[in-house]
Design a protein around this ligand. Structure first.
Ligand SMILES: NC(=O)c1ccc[n+]([C@@H]2O[C@H](COP(=O)([O-])OP(=O)(O)OC[C@H]3O[C@@H](n4cnc5c(N)ncnc54)[C@H](OP(=O)(O)O)[C@@H]3O)[C@@H](O)[C@H]2O)c1
Length: 281
């Protein structure tokens, strides 16, 4: 390969994802040609010149694409930490580059999880449309059984969908594949959700929102990585992004290993939370 451009870089990342058992450190080939030399933490060197856009993609996504098992969450928030208005309107907090980034994340995982508040507010499709890629399984959490079947994700047939409902709530909407889990306090235990998905071979997981769901996964130590994109706008009030139990002093604040990426006018904070990616918590 004479040069790695953005298209070739994305193709490489997709090939990595297709390796169910992950990609071992060493030489990565495309069409039988050596293209990259990679190490376990996602650091890479190229055998050919690399365009800037390709370099950014490889830096950002290779650590994910190499792994056979991880849970990542994402939120796009305003400067003042909100992900939607009080009424639940959130299209869009962040810019088009972050939306494309979200579609890349969807393409790199086996399953995308959302909470019931997100389905009720956004009626999202949760499909990969902005970049070439395979559709992940869509997983809707509904611990209290509040959602009916009248949302796109249950009826558009664009990708498989699973609904997870609390036990003892009846069978759920017709035509939707429903699985049940214990939901103490009207919430699932993130480890139970991950174990259920892993049993089905869904081991690379994106928790796409909303704030309540992502916060619960973070609080329970169920995330390996967290992407928070901050947009230069102020909503002033609204649905919060991350919200955790109070701490007393700044010594108790989480300060995970972090990388920054520019996405148009927005800034992505890429936090490493577990040793899956070679950094301690
Ligand atoms: N900017 C982003 O990155 C991003 C990403 C995803 C979503 N969002 C926005 O985030 C908001 C949703 O986030 P969230 O933290 O509120 O919820 P969530 O994490 O999606 O879901 C969890 C909560 O949904 C609640 N819920 C609220 N209204 C509901 C309804 N009408 N039907 C069913 N369940 C409902 C549940 O409450 P109970 O315990 O009472 O059942 C539960 O606490 C939406 O406005 C969405 O647009 C933004």
């Amino acid at each position: 390969m004479e040069r790695i451009d953005a298209t070739a870089a994305w193709e490489l990342l997709r090939r990595c994802k297709q390796q169910r058992d992950g990609v071992a450190p060493g030489t990565l080939e495309l069409e039988g040609e050596p293209v990259l030399r990679i190490s376990a933490d996602g650091a890479w060197e190229s055998f050919a010149p690399v365009d800037e856009a390709a370099r950014e993609q490889l830096d950002l996504y290779l650590p994910l694409a190499l792994q056979p098992r991880y849970t990542i969450a994402q939120l796009g928030q305003s400067l003042d930490g909100h992900i939607a208005t009080n009424s639940g309107h959130s299209r869009y907090v962040t810019g088009p580059e972050d939306i494309r980034h979200l579609h890349r994340l969807r393409a790199l995982v086996d399953a995308v999880i959302v909470g019931p508040g997100t389905v009720a507010a956004d009626d999202p499709r949760l499909t990969v449309r902005e970049v070439p890629g395979e559709q992940p399984v869509r997983v809707v959490l509904d611990p209290a059984g509040r959602l009916d079947g009248g949302y796109q994700v249950f009826s558009d047939g664009a990708a498989p969908t699973l609904m997870l409902r609390g036990e003892g709530l009846g069978c759920g909407p017709a035509g939707v594949e429903v699985l049940t889990l214990p939901a103490p306090g009207r919430a699932f235990t993130p480890a139970d959700v991950k174990a259920l998905l892993a049993e089905r071979g869904l081991r690379r997981v994106l928790v796409e929102g909303g704030g309540v769901t992502v916060s619960r996964f973070l609080e329970e130590g169920a995330l390996d990585r967290l992407h928070v994109t901050v947009a230069p706008l102020v909503i002033g009030s609204g649905r919060p992004g991350l919200s955790l139990p109070p701490i007393r002093t700044m010594d108790e604040a989480m300060r995970p290993v972090c990388r920054n990426f520019r996405l148009g006018n927005d800034v992505l904070f890429d936090f490493t939370l577990s040793s899956v990616f070679g950094a301690g918590r």
